[in-house]
Design a protein around this ligand. Structure first.
Ligand code: NAD
Length: 370
């Protein structure tokens, strides 16, 4: 495990809490990165290979995302070690035990992430009364079902048209990862007149240069089938999604999928990042130099956490969607305007914007820290 102090800088983390309860096999970590804007929001990731470093990186990403989105929340993240597909009764014990151990840490609001879902958040809520991403029956807004993150991505894409020769109408786009984010963004963009030519999931890639039938793909997914069972397309392996020439490429699966070794294979005008940390910073900088317009993850995919923050304040689904639209359009425009004026990348412009908001929030705090 990393040296804890090597993870710290002037923004955080404020607290790192290690939870270990051998009696129930519970091992987890909470990183509260920065609470200058308010109590931190960030999901609980459950996997067998989670680490402190991953947790700290993700917590920092939430600090920047929440500050950029102008939410009254700081950034935090929790990781729980274990197979998320373990028997439900065993998972419930771990989730309830983790929540109970962190009962007093009011600077962290639990949310769902990979390996946890709204049912897990219902257990947390029952245990300590502090969670977002709850089931509808408990006043939650099911953000994946309504496509909150994808809704934000589609607005970021719309704003890109003001800053490049990209046009959504007729644009040929590719989506890596046809899950909650990927399938909803495919749906929104095709409704706006763009043409999905390839999508992938963990089973592989499906490609048709004339366009895929999005309704048929959605129906396949709803039936729990992989995209490679789509009939009218060419089947390729997972990795092949990177090589398909397009106008817009959307990562919506795993971290670090584009790096310096494979970025030469990308052949697109625009990248709008649905997945977190999908492109390494070095690869993104090179893409920018080559004239590919990249909207960074913490700007483009903020729709999910904006929705969670709206839920926490007991707003309706309609208010959540209109807030996502407003914030995503404003931020994407501001980032692209700054990037153009200062001749820097959208990521550099986004980071400067988030940092400025964060530093202002921190300046109001006692000791001006965190
Ligand atoms: P999900 O589990 O619903 O979907 C992920 C999809 O990616 C699945 O279809 C899976 O088969 C596919 N996949 C996995 N490995 C793949 C590979 N190697 N190649 C191609 N496809 C692969 O997850 P999601 O909620 O849609 O999240 C996707 C990404 O977006 C994650 O990085 C997540 O952190 C990020 N994100 C999600 C939200 C949200 O609101 N759900 C918000 C912000 C960021």
């Amino acid at each position: 495990m990393n040296d804890i102090f090597s993870l710290a800088d002037e923004l955080g983390p404020l607290k790192i809490i290690h939870v270990h309860q051998p009696a129930i096999g519970l091992k987890g970590i909470l990183v509260v990165d920065n609470v200058a804007g308010g109590p931190s929001i960030g999901g609980v990731r459950m996997a067998v290979d989670v680490t402190l470093e991953e947790c700290a990186r993700l917590a920092r990403a939430m600090t920047l995302k929440n500050a950029a989105a102008g939410l009254a929340h700081g950034g935090g993240k929790a990781v729980l070690m274990g197979d998320p597909k373990m028997p439900k009764s065993q998972k419930e014990v771990l989730i309830r035990g983790f929540a109970s151990a962190l009962r007093e840490i009011e600077q962290y609001i639990f949310g769902p992430d990979m390996g946890t879902d709204e049912e897990c958040m219902a257990w947390v809520y029952d245990e300590i009364g502090r969670a977002v991403g709850l089931p509808r029956e408990l006043g939650g807004i099911p953000l994946d079902e309504i496509g909150a993150t994808a809704w934000g991505l589609s607005h970021a894409v719309d704003v890109v048209q003001e800053f490049s020769d990209f046009k959504t109408e007729g644009a040929r786009f590719v989506v890596q990862g046809f899950g909650a984010v990927g399938k909803n963004v495919t749906n929104f963009l095709s409704a706006a007149g763009a043409i999905a030519i390839a999508v992938s999931d963990s089973s592989g890639t499906i490609y048709n240069r004339d366009g895929l039938d999005v309704r048929e793909l959605m129906a396949l997914k709803e039936a729990g089938r992989p995209v490679t069972e789509y009939a009218d397309g060419e089947k390729r392996d997972c990795d092949a999604i990177i090589d398909i020439e397009c106008d817009l490429w959307i990562p919506a699966a795993r971290p670090d999928v584009i790096d310096e070794a494979n970025l030469h294979r990308l052949n697109t005008k625009v990248v709008v990042q649905g997945a977190n940390i999908a492109i390494t910073p070095a690869a993104e900088a090179i893409l920018h130099e080559r004239g590919v317009l990249c909207i960074p993850d913490f700007i483009a995919n903020a729709g999910g956490v904006i929705c969670a923050a709206m839920e926490y304040q007991k707003n309706s689904e309609a208010v959540a969607l209109s807030t996502i639209e407003e914030k995503l359009r404003r931020n994407t425009r501001e980032v692209l305007q700054t990037a153009r004026q200062r001749q820097i990348s959208p990521r550099q412009a986004g980071l400067a914007m988030a940092r400025k908001r964060l530093e202002k929030a921190m300046s109001f705090r006692r000791w001006q820290l965190f």
